[in-house]
Structure formats: structure tokens, C-alpha cells
Design a protein around this ligand. Structure first.
Ligand code: ADP
Length: 459
């Protein structure tokens, strides 16, 4: 298309403007020569210059006097004959308005005229040279406007060839360029289709062009992320099914035991029924935790940030804990210091505190004491949940935030927990952009903490 447009413009310019262009070119050429010769008049070598120019440029250059007699160039015959090279009528025509003619004052005049005996029009430059022996001297330059038709013809034929050639070339070129551009794209869409069909071990090839190369990189990145998500999902399903299966197996076998063995033995039966109830409870926790986690991870519920006093939330949490729980064998301490208002989603932070307190109790030994510290330091509000429980070994510290991670001793099944509590905590704190962490000494206790920026009242 681009080639066609350029060619069309060329054709148009050549056909419509060539004539006019040629004429104005001739006029400006004649004017230039005329002006130069006029400025040289009286200097040495003027005659030679006149001769040179008329030969070089194919112009007729004549110096005449006010009567139309030829002054230069003269052959010896003309010296004798003293011919008039221009009749009065023509002279008046050409020189009308030029210095000394009909009271004119112009230095020169250009006219276009058609001689009877010539096919083509002539451009005439009529300029004033000066006075010599009481007569006005003039310079007259004539140049015939050659017909441009034959030139146009040749040009058109050449242009025709050029057109065909450049069209073919541009077609070939555009074919190769588009292939080079589109081939990597075609490959990519093929790879994407393979990816879409469920084969995640694909690789998008690099390409020559930066943009396409970037696209390939982005697609590879997306593939990696997708693969990771799928791995996580597989893990999750494996974990969940495992964690569901264990309590279900226990429930089933205890049910069978009641049916076959302990049905009539009240004490034994009650013990078995209690196991079934606690396993069912465990299942409920697991399902609830899973639902919470998936809600938080998928960002289904938007977080609703409000200024809240963290110390107040801690106090409320402890109180609710004591009411809801039937266990009273532990003690709570709350230490508050300074301004402790932060911007947070109250319900979610309550859940964080609940999970941390719950762990502190679950993983305590005999000394069941939980200390919550809430204080302001350098405009940040710190929260600590400190227990004197079993603690966590150093090499396991970094795993406790993982989904379904539970520290197991001697490969026995932990009696409490789902392995999801801390990963819920982690998710909630990350949504809030709070710093968090854990310090623990195995056998001595743990300190789970997070740090939030204090809430500043604007203005
Ligand atoms: P769980 O439901 O099993 O408590 P969490 O995600 O809350 O799952 O915790 C993961 C693991 O981290 C727990 O199984 C436990 O081994 C360890 N853990 C969590 N909190 C404490 C704590 N306060 N003291 C000692 N170990 C803890």
C-alpha cells in the first residue's frame, strides 16, 4: 500500500506539474544569467562571458541599443550591415517598463512569447545595461521552451518500469517481513493452545522483536505461575483429603466398636461416643478453617479498614475466650502501653488474635500462662502473644506458617489443630501489610508477634 501510494504521487506530480515546473525552472535560469551579466556589464571579459553563457546554457544572448541595433556579438558582416535584430513593436513589447523605455524604471522584464516561425514559446529576458555614447544599451536573452512531451513520455515509460519493479519488490519484502513478524506469533498461539489443553510443560520461544520477545517472557511467567497454582491445588487436595480421611476413619471405627463391642457397656460406650464427638468437632474446625482460608486467599471479601484500638480488641478476645471455653486452667495477662490505635479490619484481626491465643493454650504444658503485650514504639503498635509452652525447634520455625504444617513428634497424630491456623494468620497480616514473625525457644515457649503502623488522625 505504501509503495502504491508513493508511486501514485510520483505519477501525479510528473503528469500534472512537469510542464509548469520546467517553465519556472527556465525562467529562473534566464533571470539568474541576465542578472549576472547585467552586474558584469562594463567589467573586463564581459563579452567572453556573454559568449560562454550562450553556448553553455543554449540561450541567445544579445546586447542591443535603444534602436534595436545589435551591439554584441557582431560578426564582421554585421559590423558593416549594422542590422536591427528586433523591430520596434517587439522591442516595445519586451522592454515596456524597463529603464528608459516608455518612461519605465524597472531593471529587467521577463515575458513569454510565441514567434510565428517557431513551434515552441520563447522566454525573453529584457534588461537594462546602461548608457553608452548617449545611447541606452540593453541585454536581451532568449531561450526556447522545449516541448516536454517527449521527456514526459520517456519518464512515463521509465516510471512504469520502476512501478512494476517496486511493486514486485515491495510485495516480496512485505511477505518476508510479515512472515518474520507473524511466524513467532503463530508459534506462540500454537503453544498457548497446548497450554490451554492442560499440558503445562510448555515453553514460549524467544523472538527477534523486542515486543514479541516480551510477550513470550510474559507468557512463560504466566505459565510458571499457573503451574505453581496447580501444584498448590494438588497439594491442598492431598492434604485436605488426608485430614478429612483420618477423623472419618476414626469415627467409623469407633461407631463399629460401639455396635460390636461397647454397645452394652455404658462407660466404654460413652468414651467411644466422646471420641466420635471430638473427631466430628475436629472436622468442623477443619472445614471452617478451610473456608476461612479460601475466602481470604481468593479476596472474596473486601477488607474493611477502620481505626481500632488493638488493646481493646485484645481485651475483648480474652474475655470471649474465657466465656466460650470450658477450660479455666490457664491465666491471661494483658500488658498495654501507649497509643495503640491502628487501621485494620476488626473481624479479621480478632481472628488473628483468636488463632494465636488458641495455639498458645494448645501448645502449653502444665504452666498454662498466656501474656498479650500491646505497646507503642516509634509510632508503631506492637502486639505479642507469649506463652510458656512447648516452643518450636529452630529448624521448624519457618514452616509453621505453611498450610497444613504441624510439628509432629514421634510421628503421632497431633491431637489438636488443623494446621491451618497460622496460615490464616499469615494471610490476614499480609493483606494488612503488617510485619509479623515468631521467636521461640524449644521447651521454653513462643512469642508470636506483629507490628502495625499507628493510626494518625488526619489534620
Ligand atoms: P494448628 O491448627 O495445628 O495449630 P497452626 O497453623 O496454627 O496449626 O500451627 C502450625 C504448627 O505450629 C502447629 O501444629 C504447632 O506445631 C506449631 N505451633 C503453633 N503455635 C505454637 C505455639 N504457640 N507453641 C508451639 N508450637 C506452636
Amino acid at each position: 500500500m505504501f509503495a502504491v501510494l508513493i508511486l501514485a504521487a510520483l505519477w501525479f506530480l510528473q503528469i500534472v506539474f512537469l510542464n509548469r515546473f520546467y517553465e519556472s525552472m527556465k525562467i529562473s535560469e534566464v533571470t539568474k544569467v541576465g542578472d549576472y551579466l547585467r552586474s558584469e556589464y562594463g567589467n573586463e571579459g564581459f563579452e567572453t562571458k556573454v559568449l560562454n553563457y550562450s553556448q553553455k546554457k543554449g540561450m541567445t544572448i544579445e546586447v542591443i541599443d535603444e534602436d534595436g541595433h545589435l551591439i554584441y556579438p557582431l560578426s564582421w558582416v554585421e559590423v558593416i550591415m549594422n542590422p536591427k535584430v528586433i523591430n520596434e513593436e517587439d522591442f516595445n513589447d519586451f522592454f515596456d517598463g524597463v529603464h528608459g523605455v516608455n518612461g519605465g524604471t524597472e531593471d529587467f522584464k521577463i515575458s513569454k512569447m510565441k514567434y510565428k516561425d517557431l513551434d515552441n514559446p520563447t522566454v525573453v529576458y529584457a534588461g537594462y545595461l546602461g548608457k553608452n555614447l548617449s545611447k541606452d544599451y540593453y541585454i536581451m536573452i532568449r531561450t526556447v521552451l522545449q516541448p516536454v512531451d517527449s521527456t514526459t513520455d520517456i519518464l512515463q515509460r521509465m516510471l512504469g518500469m520502476v512501478s512494476v519493479l517496486s511493486l514486485i519488490l515491495s510485495l516480496i519484502l512485505s511477505y518476508f517481513i510479515s512472515r518474520r513478524l507473524s511466524r513467532p506469533l503463530v508459534k506462540m498461539s500454537r503453544t498457548a493452545r497446548i497450554l490451554g489443553s492442560g499440558n503445562y510443560k510448555v515453553h514460549f520461544e524467544d523472538a527477534v522483536y523486542t515486543e514479541i520477545d516480551d510477550l513470550a517472557k510474559t507468557l512463560n511467567y504466566a505459565t510458571n505461575e499457573l503451574t505453581k497454582t496447580i501444584e498448590v491445588r494438588k497439594d491442598l487436595i492431598a492434604n485436605v483429603s488426608h485430614d478429612l480421611k483420618t477423623p472419618l476413619t476414626v469415627i467409623k471405627s469407633y461407631g463399629e466398636m460401639i455396635k460390636d463391642i461397647s454397645g452394652n457397656n455404658e462407660e466404654m460406650r460413652n468414651r467411644h461416643i466422646q471420641t466420635i464427638i471430638s473427631e466430628a468437632e475436629h472436622l468442623t474446625y477443619l472445614v471452617n478453617d478451610l473456608l476461612d482460608l479460601s475466602k481470604i486467599e481468593s479476596n472474596l471479601e473486601k477488607i474493611n479498614l477502620q481505626p481500632e484500638n488493638l488493646a481493646q480488641i485484645a481485651r475483648d478476645s480474652v474475655e470471649r475466650f474465657q466465656i466460650a471455653s470450658d477450660r479455666y486452667d490457664y491465666e491471661f495477662n494483658i500488658e498495654e502501653d501507649g497509643y495503640t490505635t491502628i487501621l485494620c479490619d476488626k473481624k479479621r484481626i480478632e481472628q488473628v488474635l483468636y488463632n494465636l491465643i488458641n495455639n498458645a493454650i494448645n501448645y502449653s504444658k502444665k504452666e498454662k500462662s498466656v501474656t498479650l503485650k500491646i505497646y507503642n514504639q516509634d509510632n508503631k503498635v506492637h502486639f505479642h502473644c507469649i506463652d510458656k509452652g512447648v516452643g518450636i525447634e529452630e529448624d521448624k520455625l519457618s514452616y509453621v506458617w505453611d498450610r497444613f504444617y504441624r510439628v509432629r513428634d514421634n510421628h503421632t497424630r497431633p491431637k489438636v489443630g488443623t494446621g491451618l491456623g497460622l496460615s490464616i494468620v499469615k494471610n490476614i497480616l499480609e493483606i494488612h501489610n503488617f510485619e509479623y514473625g515468631v521467636n521461640s525457644k524449644f521447651g521454653e515457649g513462643s512469642d508470636f508477634y506483629f507490628i502495625a503502623p499507628q493510626y494518625n488522625l488526619k489534620n
